[in-house]
Ligand binder design. Structure first.
Ligand code: ADP
Ligand code: MG
Length: 583
């Protein structure tokens, strides 16, 4: 809460002026019943027309001044609220950018989207409402009571009994519903998660005829949300009837005792009308408080959720030694007894990994799905930090680089090709704004994307749609490889990036990288033995452990796991030949 309140600091003036003008408006409103009483007791009683007209003008004046004050308050409140909303949105976005994969996994994309959007909107309307009404309503309630005392002390005792009773109901319901609104918000998260998963997986769902199951799954989540909302709605809904009963009961008492006392000549008719008016003002103020309480509890729940994200500290942090640039004569990448687990105390996804990749070498990494290949390469650019052991780039612990500098050296082509909406040129320039068209075309040639890009009507200006929907899987993969090469990194990591390419293109790609990027250290991850066969070193992973390191030939002789992979992919004769060394 404290962190969020800090965003209000920039709007000190507005946060003071908004409630101030609102209270000013309320003060004028409190005078209205007195003027009414005067019209009845003086104007009507004495049949004094000019007095009545004069007092009517006073009423209109009070109304106009009140309106002006109210609009001014609204202006300041809206300004502060939108400002706070924008500030939080900014801060949250910036904070999320610092997250590593660990925090992203932990919080989940759809949760983050809800917090960025609907949660912050709720906070914004909360701030707006609180600024305008938080002080106004109690001010009216107590102001009306005090005014009632000035009118008639005995009748005002009704107010003294009514107000605590009303407050008890309002605050009691608030306390009960507060945690329930938190649950509603969490249920809403679940609905959004289901929706998001459904929409992103629409093609698969159609392919498997899963529409009905999906609809059921959505209905379930939606029903849970509805039930929770209904439940809390029922409790909140009691607020209005209960408060109305009490207030109207009080009005009956006021009128009954008032009538008797008017008869006895103790108070005037105008005074009774004024008292009833004050009671109604209190009722209206409390109705507002009731709504305010609902919105405020929701906003507070949302604020807590936003805070939770803001309080999540990125697990990969930068050191101050931004000067560190590594020793270019040292091995490009070195793992020394590296262990890694995704969550504290959970099983190791990587165990005791040690290897050295010399500068300019091509390193193949092979292993079944889930063997830890992607996990291993994610440690090099510090997408995750090793749980134990040392990961070095150019002889320096990766944790000693600034993230910027470290990641500038490394380009990763992730398993899943991700492109952003925009032209091909814009996508190719992710590695740096000064990348020229010439460099882009060169990268496209190496990645075997040249031919299809050249055929496109507007070449580099071809517009890629969101998520690269208007490209095939293989085209996307080749473009992501080109994007990495265009950045001219020292270390290039291809995480199963050729999986959608045919064998011939895959081979051409590897030859082109070898020929054109001879001083790049290249990591090629694949499940195909053919793809890693010619690497200087091949690391064979099984269940997070290295079961073999060496060249293709060495491994064929020494590593049974590697032989097994090869056996499923090459013919026996081919292998025989390779083992015997005559190709
Ligand atoms: P590969 O790339 O070889 O197919 P991964 O490195 O992706 O395998 O996964 C290795 C192991 O780590 C698997 O058992 C997988 O379930 C687990 N794993 C991968 N990513 C995560 C993650 N984000 N959170 C938790 N566990 C993960
Ligand atoms: Mg993988």
């Amino acid at each position: 809460m404290k962190t969020l309140l800090a965003y209000l600091k920039g709007y000190k003036k507005e946060s003071i002026l908004a409630p101030l003008f609102k209270m000013l408006e309320a003060s004028f409103e409190l005078f209205v019943p007195l003027v009414m009483a005067a019209i009845i007791d003086v104007g009507i009683a004495n049949q004094d027309k000019p007095y009545i007209v004069k007092m009517c003008f006073v009423l209109i004046a009070l109304g106009i001044i009140g309106l002006v004050c109210s609009i001014t308050a609204q202006y300041f409140a809206a300004k502060a609220a939108t400002g706070v909303g924008t500030g939080i949105r900014h801060g949250l976005f910036e904070h999320i950018q610092k997250f590593t994969f660990t925090e992203m996994d932990q919080l989940g994309t759809s949760t983050l989207i809800t917090r960025m959007t609907s949660d912050i909107n709720q906070i914004q309307s909360g701030v707006n409402l609180v600024l305008r009404l938080f002080l106004r309503s109690p001010f009216i309630v107590f102001g009306a009571m005090i005014m009632a005392f000035t009118v008639d002390v005995k009748a005002a005792l009704v107010f003294v009994v009514t107000i605590p009773l009303l407050s008890l109901i309002v605050f009691g319901i608030m306390l009960v519903t507060m945690p329930m609104y938190k649950k509603v918000q969490a249920d809403l998260d679940q609905v959004l998660l289901t929706t998001r998963e459904n929409l992103t997986g629409a093609r698969v769902i159609r392919a498997f005829n899963k529409e009905e199951d999906e609809t059921k799954r959505f209905e379930n989540a939606n029903q849970i949300l509805t039930d929770a909302q209904k439940y809390v709605g029922r409790i909140s809904g009691m607020m209005n009837p209960l408060t109305y009963i009490i207030v109207n009961g009080a009005v009956v008492v006021l009128l009954y005792t008032g009538a008797i006392r008017v008869d006895q000549g103790i108070i005037t008719t105008g005074a009774v009308v004024a008292l009833v008016n004050y009671m109604n003002q209190i009722l209206l103020a409390l109705v507002v408080v009731a709504n305010l309480v609902v919105i405020f509890t929701k906003s507070a729940a949302c604020a807590a959720r936003v805070n939770e994200v803001l309080d999540t500290k990125p697990s990969v942090t930068e050191t101050d030694s931004t000067e560190e640039n590594g020793d270019s004569s040292a091995p490009a990448v070195k793992f020394d007894k590296v262990y890694f687990s995704y969550h504290d105390n959970s099983e190791y996804a990587l165990e005791d990994i040690s290897f050295t990749a010399e500068k300019g070498q091509t390193i193949g990494i092979i292993g079944g799905t889930g063997s830890g290949k992607s996990t291993l390469i994610n440690l090099i650019p510090r997408f995750y930090d090793a749980s134990d052991g040392l990961v070095e780039v150019y002889g320096t612990d990766v944790r000693k680089y600034s993230l910027n500098r470290l990641r500038k050296k490394i380009a990763v082509v992730p398993q899943k090709a991700v492109l952003f909406s925009g032209t091909i040129r814009e996508n190719m320039k992710w590695g740096g704004d000064n990348i020229t068209d010439e460099q882009i075309w060169r990268a496209l040639k190496i990645s075997q994307a040249y031919e299809f890009v050249e055929k496109l009507e507007n070449g580099l200006d071809y517009k890629i749609l969101q998520g690269g929907k208007n490209l095939s899987g293989g085209q996307k993969q080749r473009l992501t490889i080109a994007r990495a090469i265009a950045a001219d990194p020292e270390i290039l990591i291809l995480d199963d990036s050729a999986s959608a390419l045919d064998f011939a293109t895959d081979a051409k790609l590897r030859t082109a990288i070898k020929e054109n990027c001879s001083d790049m250290t290249v990591f090629i991850i694949s499940q195909r033995a053919n793809t890693v066969k010619n690497a200087d070193q091949i690391i064979v992973l099984d269940d997070g452990k290295t079961v073999g390191i060496g060249t293709h030939k060495e491994l064929l002789q020494s590593c049974t796991d590697y032989c097994q992979i090869c056996l499923t992919q090459f013919s026996a004769e081919e292998l025989e030949k390779e083992i015997n060394g005559d190709e």
